[in-house]
Design a protein around this ligand. Structure first.
Ligand SMILES: *[C@@H]1O[C@H](CO)[C@@H](O)[C@H](O)[C@H]1NC(C)=O
Length: 613
């Protein structure tokens, strides 16, 4: 039970507060130092199309814009960080500073209204912290990144643009210096320029969307000393949203399902053993024998049809799985801090490329086992098939995103970078792995294969493709769906996901469930005389991805589109569905290969045992 203790400890660690290393080195400012404020992008929880802040036609753009270097993950999630003219001087409060005055023509004004209507949020960054909307709850202060671009009055169909921001920068004293520990933005809509800003309480809101309008952008800065939080815990307020209780409930729920399932597996194995013993003792059971799995011994190890496709697919799935494990492991030991924007994605992509050798190796080995002869073709197939299908899909989607000028579109240079990385890293590593795997001795199967395949009797309904998928997918989905909600939320609503401890546990429980369900389904199939189990085990394993996709659609309808009538349009919907499909496909690959390998292990074991007796 030691592993269980370790798991519990891990879990407690993540429950006691998100588990991360805040950053490598804090920045300490002196009073009077200028603290740069970067603008990044605007995003919406309802429309998956972020835009670069300076691409908005109704904001002020400085004469010269400096752009810091962005990592791959940042670019892919739509970040476009750029310098701004907002002037923050450590320790100096200021009120109603004017950033600029801009006259919006009718088109820009309409555009502003559209953004307000779709509930867009603005992301500013100071000292790596995003400016946040603050909530005061029972558990104290918590932050949600971003602040509203405006306020929309649905009953009157009027949009008010937030052109004034009160920025509260919280700091902690450190020697003579100060460190920033929090950043709260309180946006306001003010018509009437600076004069009105001085008397905020009496100012009227600034409506946009009805022809030309003059907008004065103003801001106030207050520096607030905060003794409630230290620099190393400054991210806690951003991450406090994830409620540990819900995760615990999910794990409890999964544990019960797994107990039941394991019970079934044990009963099957016991029955099998008992029956075999009974046969030995009494030489009975000729009737039972004719329909049992043992009869298939000459067929179960016949290489699968389309083995040249199954082997690369399985290779890639092992690659995806290793990438998952390595990335989550890095997150669990704290290498992926929220200060490293895009760190998770960048790490994931790089690890995936490096894991090409694993893909090649497994693919090559299985290919050889199934009697394939051309290792090079197989390795190239492994490197090309799944990654290029995913990249190709993304590129098609990218055309639409480009057309909408969304910052979620991959810039051409990023696409080139990915292609070059693939050519220089993944392809060679896959070839190397493929060669090594092919050279290894193939798996020796316990039974020889008959020349002529046995006819397959008609299958019971629950083993037919559609029903089988629905049956086999239900349990794994039941195990994963609570954690899935948080993952979807972090993908689509930019919530921070740093509950790696829970993710690890949920992943392990999921793997266990998928393996057990697949073994049961394959066992039932074999007993029903179905000896073509290779692809079946893969499909049974992957079956819960159907539910995952359905759940994504449900999430889309209830969380994203709720209260957003008809404003989203075609491109956001397409983005959502393409990404959901890709997520479900990656998930299907992972769980499919888990099922496959579990079933392979199981089938070899039972026929090994059968051979002995
Ligand atoms: C700045 O404003 C904050 C909050 O309004 C206040 O607590 C603080 O004392 C002010 N600092 C200075 C130097 O006036």
């Amino acid at each position: 039970m030691r592993w269980a203790t370790a798991l519990l400890a891990l879990c407690a660690g993540s429950g006691a507060g998100a588990f991360y290393i805040p950053s490598l080195s804090p920045t300490t400012f002196k009073v009077g130092d200028v603290v740069p404020l970067f603008v990044n992008r605007v995003f919406s929880e309802h429309v998956p199309l972020p835009f670069a802040y300076y691409d908005l036609p109704f904001v002020c753009r400085p004469e010269t814009v400096h752009r810091p270097w962005l990592n791959l993950g940042e670019v892919l999630r739509g970040d476009r960080i750029a310098s701004s003219d907002y002037r923050l001087v450590m320790g100096h409060n200021s009120t109603c500073q004017v950033l600029c005055t801009k006259t919006l023509d009718a088109a820009a004004s309409r555009e502003a209204k559209r953004f307000v209507e779709q509930d867009y949020l603005v992301e500013w960054i100071v000292d790596k912290l995003p400016a946040a909307t603050a909530y005061r709850g029972a558990s104290g202060l918590s932050y949600k990144p971003g602040f509203r671009i405006g306020a929309y009055d649905r009953t009157k169909d009027r949009a008010y643009l937030n052109n004034h921001v009160d920025l509260h920068v919280r700091y902690e004293r450190h020697g003579d210096g100060r460190r920033i520990v929090g950043l709260e933005a309180y946006p306001r809509s003010v018509s009437g320029g600076v004069a009105a800003c001085a008397e905020l309480d009496r100012a009227e809101s600034l409506a946009v969307g009805n022809g030309e309008v003059r907008v004065t952008y103003t801001y106030s800065i207050s520096w607030v000393e905060d003794t409630g939080v230290t620099w190393s815990h400054r991210w806690d307020r951003y991450l406090s949203e994830g409620n540990a209780q819900v995760h615990w409930y999910a794990i409890f729920n999964s544990a019960i399902i797994i107990l039941l399932l394991s019970g079934v597996v044990v009963v099957i194995l016991m029955r099998m053993l008992n029956r075999d013993m009974a046969l030995d003792d009494e030489e009975l059971g000729d009737i039972e024998e004719t329909s049992g799995w043992k009869l298939l011994h000459g067929d179960v190890f016949r290489p699968p049809s389309l083995g040249g496709l199954l082997a690369p697919l399985l290779g890639t799935t092992v690659q995806v799985m290793y990438t998952f494990i390595a990335t989550i492991a890095l997150g669990t030991v704290g290498a992926l801090s929220p200060s490293h924007r895009g760190g998770l994605l960048t790490t994931g992509i790089v690890v995936f490329m490096l894991m090409g050798c694993v893909a090649g190796y497994y693919s090559g080995h299985l290919y050889r086992t199934w009697g394939g002869g051309n290792w090079f073709k197989n390795a190239v197939m492994t490197a090309v098939a799944a990654p290029m299908a995913a990249l190709g899909t993304e590129l098609v989607l990218n055309l639409f995103l480009w057309y909408r000028a969304s910052s979620a579109a991959m810039p051409f240079s990023t696409i080139m970078l990915m292609v070059v990385l693939w050519l220089l890293v993944e392809l060679p590593l896959t070839l190397l792995g493929g060669w090594l795997g092919f050279r290894r001795r193939p798996y020796s199967e316990p039974m020889r294969t008959n020349a002529i395949p046995r006819p397959v009797p008609p299958q019971p309904r629950y083993l037919q493709p559609v029903a089988g998928i629905l049956v086999a997918g239900a349990l794994p989905f039941a195990v994963i769906f609570v954690e899935l909600f948080f993952v979807l939320k972090s993908v689509w609503q930019d919530a921070f996901y740093y509950q790696y401890g829970f993710a690890v546990i949920a992943g392990l429980l999921l793997a266990l469930t998928v393996c057990e369900t697949t073994v049961i389904m394959v066992w039932l199939s074999l007993n029903a005389g179905q000896h073509r189990w290779w692809w079946r085990s893969f499909v049974f394993g992957a079956s819960s991805s159907v539910y995952i996709f359905a759940y994504s659609v449900f999430f889309y309808a209830t969380r994203l589109r709720a209260g957003m009538p008809d404003v989203a349009g075609f491109v956001p919907t397409l983005t959502f569905f393409v990404h959901s499909l890709l997520i479900a496909a990656a998930y299907a690959l992972c769980t499919g290969s888990m099922g496959f390998f579990a079933a392979y292990f199981f089938v070899r074991r039972i026929y090994d045992a059968a051979k002995l007796s």
